[in-house]
Design a protein around this ligand. Structure first.
Ligand code: B4P
Length: 192
């Protein structure tokens, strides 16, 4: 199963991906986590990404694609993957399409987690208190939501046009949302 998880910041992508990897038996690849690890390790790439991420902007397409290509080259992705946080704009969607075509491993399904803006802001404020992530401050959250609607929402149409999109209501407990995602994936694989 090759799955792309789409959704605004705070929609539950990372939260659901952590559980989906157990349910589907494929690795969870989060570009946000790969970038945060590079920042924590103080690599050259991490130094370039740090300020951009703290402002809530997107790290350059070249950097993220290079990082992703390296990750998709590892042995554990043979049976598929859950991609969380990528693609985030149309250039990344096209780059991913080309990369996976070359690897003969096209995306099976793109799941969009649908959550209203007010709840997104509440969830991220909750995480700011609990985890103190550098980009969960109010100014950066506003910017991330703006970047999402300007740059990432067009990616939803990209997958809709390819008949790969499933939209799942992302409000409710983590288990409720997980059950909806799994049912939607099963329904979609039954159709194809
Ligand atoms: P990400 O790490 O992808 O962060 P995110 O969009 O904020 O979502 P995340 O997955 O972490 O949170 P979730 O919704 O699960 O990106 C961070 C930054 O990295 C970006 O701003 C950008 O700078 C950079 N970046 C990453 N990928 C990039 C790319 N491809 N190109 C360029 N730049 C890139 O959860 C949020 C909160 O909601 C949590 O506290 C969680 O506990 C809570 N929650 C989740 N589900 C819930 C539920 N059902 N009920 C209640 N709370 C819930």
């Amino acid at each position: 199963m090759r799955l792309v998880l789409l959704g605004a910041p705070g929609s539950g992508k990372g939260t659901q991906a952590t559980r989906l990897k157990e349910a589907l038996g494929v690795p969870h690849i989060s570009t946000g986590e790969l970038l945060r690890a590079a920042v924590a390790a103080g690599t050259e790439l991490g130094k370039q990404a740090k300020a951009v991420m703290e402002r809530g902007e997107l790290v350059s397409d070249d950097i993220v694609l290079g990082m992703l290509e390296e990750r998709l080259g590892q042995a554990d992705v043979g049976n598929g993957f859950i991609l969380d946080g990528y693609p985030r704009n149309l250039a990344q969607a096209n780059a991913l399409d080309a990369l996976l075509a070359r690897l003969q491993q096209p995306v099976d399904v793109a799941v969009q987690l649908d959550v209203g803006t007010e709840l997104l802001v509440q969830r991220l404020a909750g995480r700011a208190q609990q985890e103190g992530r550098a980009d969960d401050n109010p100014e950066s959250v506003r910017n991330r939501l703006r970047v999402y609607s300007d740059q990432t929402e067009p990616v939803i149409d990209f997958y809709r046009q390819k008949n790969r999109l499933i939209c799942v209501y992302g409000v409710g407990s983590v288990d409720e949302v997980l059950a909806r995602v799994l049912a939607a994936i099963e329904g979609a694989s039954g159709k194809s």
